[in-house]
Design a protein around this ligand. Structure first.
Ligand code: SF4
Ligand code: SF4
Length: 160
């Protein structure tokens, strides 16, 4: 049987792609090449490949990455959550994130090097400052709802 990280993480990537976290920080003594020239890397992580949800430096990934297990990974490990249920939750979170991504891009917040929540916050601030025109308000409402739903799902089912 493949390890659970293969079964779940290779269909997920939420802790690497800027959805769960805004950055990766070096811990004391961390020798990962990710921190060769800086102690903190903004997500989406440059070592992450979105196409196949892999890490280019997996064997040398940071301590923080080795230590983090989301609730789905923990729960399937202990048997409290079935693999099928975990995969459904991962797929649901990814659908929300994709919907948010699409709306942010349509609204002009298309800096793919920034984490999702930062882009959303910029969009919110622009809306509050009256910088979005009326034709964008329906999309903004859909975006806000999707972000709320994603945050609820992440808080309940993913953060460790
Ligand atoms: S959020 Fe969980 S299932 Fe997804 S890649 Fe990270 S540890 Fe794996
Ligand atoms: S170093 Fe690898 S495991 Fe860590 S956030 Fe980047 S892609 Fe993910």
């Amino acid at each position: 049987m493949p390890p659970l990280t293969d079964t779940l993480c290779l269909h997920c990537g939420l802790c690497c792609n800027g959805v769960l976290f805004a950055d990766v920080r070096a811990e004391a003594g961390d020798r990962s090449p990710l921190f060769a020239d800086r102690p903190r890397v903004t997500q989406p992580c440059p070592a992450f490949s979105a196409g196949d949800c892999t890490c280019a430096i997996y064997r040398e990934r940071p301590r923080r990455c080795r230590q983090f297990e989301c609730r789905q990974l923990q729960g399937t490990g202990t048997g409290e959550i079935t693999v099928a249920a975990a995969l459904r939750r991962i797929a649901r979170a990814r659908r929300f994130a994709a919907k948010i991504e699409k709306s942010l891009t349509a609204l002009g917040f298309n800096n793919l090097k920034q984490p999702l929540k930062r882009r959303f916050e910029k969009c919110q601030r622009a809306a509050e400052a009256g910088l979005l025109d009326a034709s964008q308000h329906a999309r903004l409402a859909g975006l806000q709802l999707a972000m709320h739903q994603l945050n609820q799902l992440l808080a309940k089912e993913f953060y460790g």
